[in-house]
Design a protein around this ligand. Structure first.
Ligand code: GDP
Length: 300
């Protein structure tokens, strides 16, 4: 965890440091507030949340009196935490509450880190003593099933796959069937995320969802978003949210960007919490999203 925090802070703390430096200026004039706003926008916080935060900071700085470094840090920490939300349910639901395995569907545009995230999540669950079955329903990207199977072999989870270009829904169906037959605890289904047309995507993901639900409830639909794609990622998120009910967000590649504000923007956009973050390509680089640790990394 310490290592993950270090990795997060390396790329992220320019945002918090920049804000603190600006807030510490002797004269907080309009130009400075403009710079604060710009810093937030550049970090992908999004227009509405940025305006809200600047408003709050203006109010609070006004009544603060002397602006000591510690006072400013505490104030900024509080306001960033309020913006991100500390009381959202960020636990990934892995249990169906029935006799059947918990079923998690992982969706997102290809290249965002969907398959890697599915593999890493399997690793976390297995390390936690849960038995996992993987469903390789990304039949669009040729190497995806192999990649998932490699993860499966590494962590000790069976991978259900079909022929290349096969029907994703039937693979998802078989994976859940296998999970039930084996008495597995969790079934993770990797899906294809080609945004060729919205109806195409809708048909495919909708069908996967429907066949999975023939076995029982779908417990989580995790949307994987690449944090480095900024506004583009938000547009993708919107399309997916129109197609399936997203229950949680996984923000990948946070190690490769200083634009951590996307956490705020995407939660605001979808009304769904960020539950996990990807902090690298390695097997251990998936972590629960903890607002406090994140904000501490931002502020440095
Ligand atoms: P998919 O097409 O969405 O299934 O994407 P992949 O899982 O194949 O991932 C695409 C690339 O992103 C791979 O090279 C991964 O190693 C890399 N990747 C995934 N998650 C992360 C992350 O959190 N940080 C970094 N730096 N790279 C990641």
């Amino acid at each position: 965890l310490v290592r993950l925090r270090a990795r997060l802070s390396r790329s992220q703390n320019s945002l918090g440091k920049g804000l603190l430096t600006l807030l510490s200026r002797e004269h907080l004039d309009e130009d400075t507030w403009d710079e604060i706003e710009e810093t937030l926008l550049v970090a992908d916080v999004g227009v509405a949340p940025t305006q809200e935060l600047v408003e709050r900071l203006r109010e609070r700085v006004k009544v603060l009196g002397t602006r000591t470094p510690d006072g400013l840090r505490a104030l900024l920490r509080e306001e960033l935490l309020a913006l991100i939300g500390t009381d959202l349910d960020r636990a990934v639901k892995t249990e169906s509450g029935l006799d059947t395995p918990g079923v998690i569907m992982v969706v997102g545009v290809n290249g965002t880190g969907k398959t890697t995230t599915t593999g890493k999540l399997a690793r976390v669950l297995v390390a936690d003593g849960r038995s996992v079955v993987l469903g390789a329903a990304d039949t669009f990207r040729a190497a995806a099933a192999d990649q998932l199977q490699t993860w499966g072999e590494r962590v000790g989870a069976r991978t259900v796959r079909g022929p290349e270009g096969g029907d994703p829904a039937s693979i998802a169906f078989d994976a859940v069937k296998e999970g039930i037959a084996e008495g597995a605890d969790v079934v993770l289904i990797d899906t294809a995320g080609r945004l060729h047309t919205k109806t195409g995507l809708m048909d495919e993901l909708g069908k996967v969802k429907r066949v999975v639900e023939k076995h029982g409830p779908l417990d989580e639909v995790l949307l994987v978003l690449d944090a480095t794609t900024g506004q583009n990622g938000l547009v993708q998120a919107r399309v997916f949210a129109e197609v399936v009910d997203i229950t949680g967000i996984v923000l990948t590649k946070l190690d490769g960007t200083a634009k951590g504000g996307i956490v705020v923007a995407v939660q605001r956009e979808l009304g769904v919490p960020v539950k996990l973050v990807g902090l690298g390509e390695g097997a251990d680089d998936l972590a629960p999203f903890e607002p406090e640790a994140f904000v501490d990394a931002l502020i440095g």
